[in-house]
Design a protein. Sequence first.
Length: 130
Amino acid sequence: MRTLIVEDEFVGRMQLKYFLEKHGSCDIAVDGKEAIAATKMALDNGKHYNLICLDIKMPGMDGHEVLALIREQEETRKIDNASRSKIFMTSALSDPRNVFKAFNGLCDEYLAKPVDEDKLTGLLKTHNLV
């Protein structure tokens, strides 16, 4: 499994990396701009990410904007829904507006921080990633 972790906080990045590197390779982006560049490069090389863990609250471009741009990249390349990256939004924001906006933006899951490893592993299994 190829994973991209998009998280501006060091502890959050390291926690997700610790949980996910057991299942494959993990790349890290510290903001939305790096995330867009990483996903574009992966798609251009024909090695898209199986999973993207995407924080919502980041400086500059927030996770909702990044989600929309990633889905646009996939659509431009005519990647069907079954083949696109699974995107799990991660956030301390669990209010209904943010949750609805994330799912409306075509995320696959929404995880409240701090992320629980057992719950994350269960979702990886649900989405046939492990």
